[in-house]
Design a protein. Structure first.
Length: 135
């Protein structure tokens, strides 16, 4: 075989591996009800912070646990545990996207993507901020 054929085969194998890895790592958008029906499955839940309920973050006790309540677009409320610190300006977020799994009686979030009002456009435009849990 020629060197060009070998290089082409290697490039094809790497491309196939990247595609399979991307497909295997992808998760789907769902509601809290769907997450409850399939515990342990990695999902994205689009929702809103429930400002009527308390948020718990005590760095003196556990700096890597932030507990709050959120509701999805269907109105279903769920307690959320985020293994990380409380994101800055979390209360101001318009919308949140939670990536994680439903475990037991709560949603365990690995990442929080917040849609916050832009500080440069008097709140008319929005920007996204992503927060990842600590490993």
């Amino acid at each position: 075989m020629k060197k060009t054929h070998i290089i082409a085969i290697i490039v094809i194998i790497i491309s196939i591996g990247a595609i399979i890895g991307t497909i295997a790592d992808s998760s789907t958008y769902a509601s809290f009800s769907t997450a409850m029906e399939s515990p342990g499955s990695e999902l994205h839940v689009v929702g809103f912070l429930d400002k009527k309920k308390d948020m718990k973050y005590d760095p003196a006790v556990n700096a890597n646990l932030f507990v709050f309540h959120a509701f999805d677009k269907d109105g279903k409320t769920c307690r959320v545990h985020f293994k990380g610190s409380k994101p800055q300006d979390f209360e101001r977020s318009e919308q949140i996207v939670l990536t994680g799994k439903y475990l037991g009686d709560h949603f365990e979030a690995d990442k929080i993507l917040m849609k916050c009002p832009s500080k440069y456009n008097n709140g008319s435009a929005s920007e996204f901020t992503e927060v990842k849990a600590k490993a």
